[in-house]
Design a protein around this ligand. Structure first.
Ligand code: 26Q
Length: 818
């Protein structure tokens, strides 16, 4: 028998005590008794009981960091995709099992209650989820850290599928209140916009300083959420800023009887933190977005500098006590803001301020896509942040002087290094600003980092060759294995003991169990149970019946052309056609699952969702493929759904055009839960292949170099399509309306893109992909072999823990002890 997790962690309470505390909380904090308590009330009461213990550790951690004068990490991110926190906090502090028993004794099922907690979706996808995994890992490896972001009232939209189309609905995650957060009205800072800059001169006419006089001002109010590390040893803080009017009611207007007009300021101010931008791959370029970026950057820096000054008395020692991390360029304006605080508010000269700024900041790049690189029109910047624009010009002068005086740069190179893009509308390049303002710039996988050096940052890399480094992404094994897959966790503990709970790289001990038939059977049984759970979900929500003994093939991620959901759908069509043409062959039953949101303005992504649903409808109704092929688009993919789908996958689809996916992290979640990957040599797939071994992963397609070469040397997709009968046939089925009889032309433009250019190399990789899928079928048909490979994936995924990633950041970038 596997011992209960809680017994091995913090045995702080017994279920009887906890049950009594839950009843107390229900009565005195929620104000209900058991006869009228709703499941939601039980959720609130349960969280309150555990929260008290979390707070004890929280206060201790915060005080210790202060007393020991520990260097702190500040992680600035416009996104934190944290999902539900109940299971995370309960399990990490060691109370999940005891709370389950306690609630059971009161007639309440913990899983039902946990399912009521809203999924905090303050992020779009990979970048936001990475920030959440990092927060948990920093607490786990005992690094004093604060996350800083925005408390969006509406996070990522809820996706419904109506007649196959995506429909976006607002998600009101705060409707029932949020028991995890603490409002800190006393921690609030003013944020200014617009106005002008005054120069103050001394009596002898020397310029003394600049004073920015903004005309608009709003308040940023802090809301703190505790972040519990594994075994509850450290509890860090996620501080999210909410905007508020400084004068919520315009008294003059109010007294004049204009009660609605009196609220104008308040509405305008509060709009700042109202909603997350739901685009993850195109820079929206809208004024509100720049306002949001500055809003949380300045509030965070004011908070950080105030804390530093009150503890150490002198701002220039900031780099010794604080590492500020920029999660992509979204907070890059912080570079100019810290310079402003140094120079204008604290009288530091430019050179000293610039040196301290560079020693404080580090920046992570998450994308090479040109359309996702942020830049702002100079005119807009000047209107909203005139002082920052001046500072950016001053930084630019300094950087261009360094480049020119080195004598190694052509005029063309100089113009690419410049923080200002000339030619056409002048724009501020946020990537260049983040780069020059940081001592470390990292990519998120080995391949991505090399491509950064060769492409977007080639010139800046030549100027500052020691700055770019790699930190391959990771995922927290607590959420993505221990909590979401208790079945697998249980059999692994029985096989290799508990060490991997504290150090997931100890999973390598599982390697020898790949050859153990009894263990493989346990593994298959766990996988089967996880697949049944997903099948039940799908049947309950969508009314689609799927057979858990079929191969579960899953692609879940944001919908984007470079991620190539289209390649997967076209392959499904080709397979469908072949099963119908050759029913006598030995087909392996398969269910293809899709899930993911499209940016509301991304036309082709929305069309891909519609195509997936159109194809699914025809396939699922066709008796000639019954029992052999099913296709399901699962709506509203989010963190909670990922927690159900990752453990249920046999096959993980990681099929982006090589060179375009910076890392991927879903690939790691699948692997850790024992799925085999079919994928291209892109992002972290390359390193996954090195870790799991060539035999335990299905790699196909062009490499990043080959993609670049084909693009450069005149790639002719039409010739490729003509040469592939399977691809031609599948495309003609789609374009003749087999899946869209109501509108046969629906996919004309989408498929037209494949013939005209095919930037994402769907045609070029199709045959290799389809052939590899048949290879997958072959291995699947030999269960012992399949499960041996699956077990080896679990055993060898430990390196992809965000604990490893964070330790590398701590040692090689932040210079903090751990
Ligand atoms: C920028 C400006 C205006 C509006 C929106 C944005 C914006 C928002 C989000 C741009 C990009 C994003 C998100 C990017 C993202 O999630 N990138 C992913 O990061 C992961 C973590 O490093 C990687 O694993 C993925 O490969 C990468 O696509």
């Amino acid at each position: 028998m596997t011992p209960k997790l809680s017994r091995t962690i913090l045995a702080t309470s017994d279920p009887e005590t906890l049950a009594a505390e839950i009843l107390r909380a229900l009565k005195y904090r929620v104000g209900k008794d058991t006869t009228v308590a709703t499941p939601y009330d039980w959720l609130t009461a349960s969280i309150n009981v555990v929260r008290d213990r979390v707070i004890d550790q929280w206060i201790r951690s915060t005080k210790e960091a202060y007393d020991e004068k520990e260097k702190r990490v500040y992680y600035l991110s416009l996104e934190f995709l944290i999902g539900r926190l109940m299971r995370d906090a309960f399990s990490n502090i060691g109370l999940w099992d005891d709370m389950r028993v306690a609630l059971k004794s009161l007639g309440v099922e913990i899983d039902v209650v946990a399912g009521l907690e809203p999924d905090a979706a303050l992020g779009n996808g990979g970048l936001g989820r990475l920030a959440a995994c990092f927060m948990e890992s920093m607490a786990t490896v005992d690094i004093p850290a604060h996350g800083y972001g925005i408390r969006y009232q509406n996070g990522m939209f809820r996706q419904e599928i109506s007649d196959g189309w995506q429909v976006e609905l607002p998600e009101n995650w705060l409707d029932h209140g949020n028991p995890w957060e603490f409002e800190r009205r006393e921690r609030s800072f003013e944020v200014g916009y617009g106005g002008h800059v005054e120069s103050v001169t001394s009596k002898d006419g020397r310029l003394e300083k600049h004073v920015w006089k903004p005309v608009e001002r709003v308040l940023a109010v802090a809301y703190d959420t505790p972040v519990v590390g594994w075994r509850g040893t450290r509890v860090n803080t996620l501080r999210l800023w909410s905007s508020m009017a400084i004068d919520p009611i315009l008294l003059d207007a109010f007294n004049a009887g204009d009660h609605i007009g009196a609220l104008r300021e308040s509405n305008k101010a509060e709009a700042l933190s109202r909603v997350l931008y739901p685009a993850d791959s195109t820079a929206a370029g809208q004024e509100l977005r720049l306002r949001q970026e500055y809003f949380f950057s300045t509030a965070s820096l004011q908070d950080i500098t105030q804390r530093h000054l009150s503890q150490f008395g002198d701002l220039l020692s900031l780099p010794d006590q604080a590492a500020i991390h920029l999660n992509d360029t979204h907070p890059a304006v912080a570079v100019a803001e810290l310079m402003r605080l140094f120079m204008d508010e604290h009288g530091v000269d430019f050179d000293q301020a610039w040196d301290a700024t560079k020693r404080t900041f580090a920046y992570t790049n998450h994308t090479l896509l040109p359309e996702a690189l942020e830049s702002w029109p100079v005119a807009l910047f000047d209107r909203l942040l005139p002082r920052h624009l001046q500072i950016i010009y001053a930084i630019n002068a300094q950087v261009l002087l360094e480049a020119r005086s080195s004598g190694h740069f052509s005029d063309e190179q100089i113009s690419r290094i410049s923080l200002i893009q000339e030619g056409g509308e002048r724009r501020v390049r946020m990537g260049n600003l983040a780069f020059v303002g940081s001592h470390s710039i990292n990519g998120v996988s080995a391949l991505h980092t090399e491509l950064m050096k060769e492409t977007v940052f080639a010139d800046l890399h030549q100027l500052y060759p020691d700055r770019i480094n790699n930190k391959t992404n990771g995922i927290t094994p607590r959420r993505w294995l221990i909590q979401s897959n208790p079945g697998l966790t249980g059999i692994v503990r029985d096989a290799i003991g508990d060490k991997f709970l504290d150090d997931v790289e100890e999973l390598t001990a599982l390697d020898k169990f790949a050859g153990d038939a009894a263990f493989r059977e346990q593994f298959a049984a766990v996988k089967r149970a996880n697949k049944e759970r997903l099948a039940n979900y799908v049947s309950g929500r969508l009314g689609v019946k799927v057979d858990p003994s079929a191969l579960f093939d899953i692609q879940i991620k944001r919908i984007h052309e470079y991620k190539r959901q289209l390649l997967n759908i076209i392959e499904a069509v080709a397979l469908y056609d072949q099963i119908r043409s050759h029913p006598e062959r030995d087909w392996m039953p398969r269910v293809k699952f899709f899930g993911g949101k499209a940016a509301p303005s991304y036309h082709n992504a929305k069309l891909i969702i519609k195509l997936a649903n159109d194809v699914a409808k025809v396939i699922n109704r066709d008796p000639s493929v019954r029992g052999l092929l099913k296709m399901v688009f699962v709506p509203n993919y989010n963190v909670s759904l990922a927690e159900i789908m990752m453990p249920a996958a046999d096959l993980s689809e990681q099929i982006s055009t090589a060179g375009m996916e910076a890392s991927g992290t879903g690939n790691m979640k699948f692997g850790l839960n024992g799925a085999l990957t079919i994928g291209t040599l892109d992002g972290a797939n390359v390193e996954m292949k090195e870790h799991v071994g060539d035999e335990n992963i299905f790699i196909f397609g062009l490499t990043a170099n080959q993609v670049a070469e084909r693009r450069a040397n005149g790639y002719n997709p039409r010739a490729v399509i003509d040469a592939s009968p399977d691809l031609s046939q599948a495309l003609s089925m789609i374009s003749t309306g087999v899946f869209s009889p109501d509108d046969p032309n629906r996919y004309r433009d989408l498929l037209g893109g494949l013939y005209e250019g095919d930037w994402f190399m769907v045609a070029a990789d199709f045959d290799a992909y389809a052939a590899t899928q048949r290879e997958v079928d072959k291995v699947w048909s030999d269960s012992p072999d399949w499960y041996a490979r699956a077990v080896r994936n679990v055993a060898r995924m430990g390196w992809f823990s965000s604990d490893r990633t964070i330790r590398q950041y701590a040692k090689e970038i932040w210079n903090v002890a751990q």
